[in-house]
Design a protein around this ligand. Structure first.
Ligand SMILES: *Cc1c(COP(=O)(O)O)cnc(C)c1O
Length: 410
């Protein structure tokens, strides 16, 4: 079976040669974008130096933020280890920008699970946008793949302050939205009222394409550093990047009014954030190749995969539908046993807080919970779909796939 598995994988790799060349071109482009920004900002080893206390004039922190703005083509950025996760970064934006009586709209249907608690759609937290008197509406995508521009325009009223776009499908079966697909939508909204803030949840999308939502007029883009932009090196953190006036409001909420971005120290070295950013285009390319390889192999075996390899990708998430509870459990267990860390652990479905179904998760990563490293999740519900993403090296993806073919498919 080992030989047969290797043959299946090699055949798929041959089929994907042209697609992989496309990915390499994007990675080359983004690497140059990053290196030009490094050169422009004269990055040197002094930027890795730790700081402590208030962190006034922390050159490592300030320069990392300027570097980010140059790469994302924005005016200002907050890039910090103190941002605990992607949800934290998104929540900071919403609470920093919205006020009592404001309306916000999601233009891509239901947002990511954890944001539903922040907004107050689900959960019953004493603090949520809803409890602060901020109203929320959502407009579904057309055919699960396209922003309903007219629908959103109709949902706008004089109190509409902010519109959210979630780039990645997350753990749903809709399509991910390409930055270029956001262009018309953002132009339309800005023509209608340039003061409506367009905020993009960019999680899992960074460096998948040559462009980012900020290139099409998105006011704020937001993400996690233990996903794409940390390349598996950044130990924690999140980023928020966009228009100066909005970043200032969010920074006042991050620290305190009057203090903003001036405060915040880090007594470990900033080196891993810089080095992660440098490696990110390449690592994102590796995880895209793994996603495409899995997509190719499982679709050839008759499983439904989304996206398939004819679709332009906008994120690193790959879904495979198995229609069988045991298969998704085994899939996650084999991903776990193929991981560099905690390969001896056997993941089981469990009742995760905030979710309606049991969930099984595989993550044998160096950085805890990092999903730019090879990882898989599956809610235990029909149609029994596994979502997986990441992988720092194609070799690791091939190793895991080989094990899946031998142990799962047989
Ligand atoms: C991962 C993710 C989040 C939240 O990130 P955490 O770091 O897990 O809090 C939000 N939105 C999308 C689309 C994501 O993929």
């Amino acid at each position: 079976m080992t030989n047969r598995a290797e043959k299946i994988i090699n055949d798929a790799l041959s089929t994907l040669i042209n697609k992989f060349t496309e990915i390499d071109k994007i990675s080359q482009y983004n690497t140059e974008k990053v290196l030009n920004a490094f050169a422009k900002n004269n990055i040197g080893s002094r930027h890795f130096a730790p700081s402590n206390g208030y962190g006034y004039d922390d050159v490592g922190r300030d320069t990392l933020e300027t570097l980010f703005s140059d790469i994302m083509h924005t005016e200002s950025s907050i890039v910090r280890p103190q941002i605990a996760s992607g949800t934290h970064a998104l929540s900071l934006c919403l609470f920093g920008l919205l006020r009592y009586g404001d309306n916000c709209i999601s233009a891509t249907g239901a947002p990511y699970d954890t944001l539903q608690t922040v907004i107050g759609i689900s959960g019953n937290e004493p603090v949520s946008l809803k409890n602060l008197g901020i109203n929320y509406k959502q407009v579904e995508l057309i055919n699960d793949c396209e922003i309903d521009i007219d629908g959103v325009v109709n949902a706008i009223d004089e109190n509409t302050k902010l519109i959210m776009i979630q780039r990645s499908k997350g753990y749903s079966s809709r399509s991910s939205i390409l930055p270029s697909q956001m262009a018309d939508f953002i132009t339309t909204i800005k023509k209608l009222d340039k003061n409506i803030i367009v905020m993009v949840d960019n999680c899992y999308g960074e460096f998948v394409c040559v462009d980012e939502p900020s290139d099409y007029g998105a006011d704020i883009i937001v993400g996690s550093l233990i996903k794409n932009l940390g390349a598996g090196l950044a130990p924690t953190g999140g980023y928020i990047s966009g228009k100066q006036k909005y970043i200032d409001l969010i920074a006042a909420h991050l620290t305190a009014p009057g203090l903003g971005k001036e405060l915040g120290s880090y007594e470990a070295s900033y080196r891993l954030f810089y080095e992660g950013l440098f490696l990110a285009p390449h690592v994102v390319a590796q995880s895209l190749k793994i996603a495409m390889l899995f997509s190719e192999v499982f679709s050839n075996m008759g499983y439904r995969v989304f996206p398939d390899n004819t679709t332009d990708r906008s994120d690193i998430v790959q879904a495979i539908q198995f229609d069988d509870e045991n298969m998704i459990i085994k899939f996650c267990q084999i991903i776990q046993s193929s991981s560099p860390i905690d390969s001896y652990a056997i993941p089981e479905p469990w009742d995760m807080p905030g979710y309606d179904n049991k969930i099984i998760m595989a993550s044998g990563s160096f950085v805890s919970g990092s999903s730019i490293e090879l990882s898989a999740d599956a809610p235990i519900r029909k149609p029994y779909t596994v979502y997986f993403q990441g992988g720092l090296t194609l070799e690791h993806g091939i190793f895991a796939l080989k094990n899946l073919l031998i142990q799962l498919i047989k």
